[in-house]
Design a protein. Structure first.
Length: 382
């Protein structure tokens, strides 16, 4: 071959990461295959200890995926029919799905235009709305969307005033910080996902719950193994089969070892995007005291221009993606559930305007330059 192989720019480049740590990953997987403790083996315990230490929380309980992680919390608190659980509409479906799955009612809350995250003002209205229609307000689940922590001080005070429970869906935000605290230490409990494309991902499905509440953590440990009591053939509650595979835990231990450096790289890359693009695009806002883990780097462009921009980038082999094209309260499966106000104008506007650029810790400088140049060229040509 005479042609030099040039790899296309990836939205998230897991292969570049693998190339960096391949021997360690191979050794870690082999070790599990050899010792044979495939379910809840020693690597699971080691990972849970390391993850809890990483964010500075007492307990970490891993489970099968980030969706189950939220589900397990709702099960532990006995959330069910007649209960209102407040979730953003502008998020991935799992946040609301688990609520409906428990036969409770998701009540959709609008988001803030600048941060993409749950708007406390809209949360207040949603609580009022839930009471008006005869539901019992129980839980608030803010999402750390695109890696940026939600507005926790404001939300926490609303939660306390209304005697609710705060569960944080940090599937996209593990590693992020809020006013000096790592995600995982906020609220009654926090969940995350190790889906491959998340900031800390494994090579399959995986999830975890973080809490300082010993009693809650014991219930979760029981629930994830069919509601076990003294052993798995003693069933004291109805649970799930929801465990993180030992092989995935072993992989995550290797990835956690480089995670802090990766967060620094993500931050450096995000800052460069912002410096180079802020004069012509609406770039993502990081409020003072917040540290995003940059699960996505998301611009907002006028709806009438968005498809054109995607096609322009595509013509230069640059992928871009829309998270999320439709807010949940407009989705077939969820349109019957209550919403905070007559409509959720910001969620609807965001769904029309967002566009996420390639973002991962291994994005090379020349690749990022290409992306930035394409965006500048498009801006002048439009
Ligand atoms: C990915 C994601 C989940 C679900 O995680 P899985 O591990 O895929 O089940 C939940 N909430 C949000 C906001 C997510 O992005």
């Amino acid at each position: 071959m005479t042609e030099v192989f040039k790899k296309n720019i990836q939205l998230i480049d897991l292969n570049a990461q693998l190339n960096f740590i391949r021997p360690n990953i191979n050794a870690a997987i082999n070790k599990v295959i050899e010792h044979g403790h495939y379910i809840l083996g020693p690597e699971v315990v080691e990972l849970e200890t390391k993850l809890a230490k990483f964010c500075g929380v007492k307990k970490c309980i891993t489970c099968a995926n980030g969706t189950d992680a939220i589900s397990l919390l709702l099960m532990a608190k006995g959330i069910g029919p007649g209960d209102a659980v407040f979730v953003p509409s502008f998020t991935f479906a799992a946040t609301a799905e688990v609520v409906a799955g428990r036969c409770a009612t998701p009540v959709f809350v609008d988001s803030s235009y600048d941060t993409f995250n749950m708007d406390p003002e809209s949360l207040n209205r949603a609580i009022k709305k839930a009471k008006e229609i005869g539901l019992t307000p129980k839980v608030v689940i803010p999402v750390d969307l695109f890696g940026l922590p939600a507005d926790y001080d404001e939300i926490q005070s609303i939660v306390e005033k209304n005697k609710l429970i705060l569960f944080c869906d940090s599937a996209q935000g593990f590693g992020a910080e809020y006013k000096g605290r790592k995600v995982g230490t906020i609220g009654h409990a926090t969940t995350t996902s190790f889906f491959p494309a998340k900031p800390l991902g494994c090579y399959g499905d995986g999830g975890a719950i973080f809490t300082n509440d010993d009693e809650l953590s014991e219930i979760i440990e029981s629930l994830r193994v069919h509601g076990k009591g003294t052993d798995k053939y003693d069933n004291v509650r109805i649970g799930l089969n929801s465990r993180l595979d030992t092989i995935q835990a072993a992989i995550l231990i290797e990835k956690l070892a480089i995670f802090e450096n990766e967060i620094d790289e993500r931050e450096r890359i995000a800052k460069n995007y912002t410096n180079m693009l802020s004069s012509m695009f609406k770039v993502p806002d990081v409020p003072l005291g917040y540290r995003s883990v940059w699960a996505q780097y998301t611009l907002k462009v006028e709806n009438s221009h968005r498809e054109g921009l995607i096609q322009f980038l595509k013509s230069r082999s640059i992928p871009a993606s829309i998270y999320y094209p439709r807010p949940l309260h407009k989705q077939t499966a969820y349109q019957g559930f209550p919403i905070a106000t007559e409509n959720l104008p910001i969620s609807e506007k965001l769904a029309k305007e967002v566009i996420s650029l390639p973002m991962h810790p291994y994005l090379r400088q020349e690749e990022q330059n290409e992306i930035i140049k394409a965006l500048h060229d498009w801006n002048y040509s439009k």
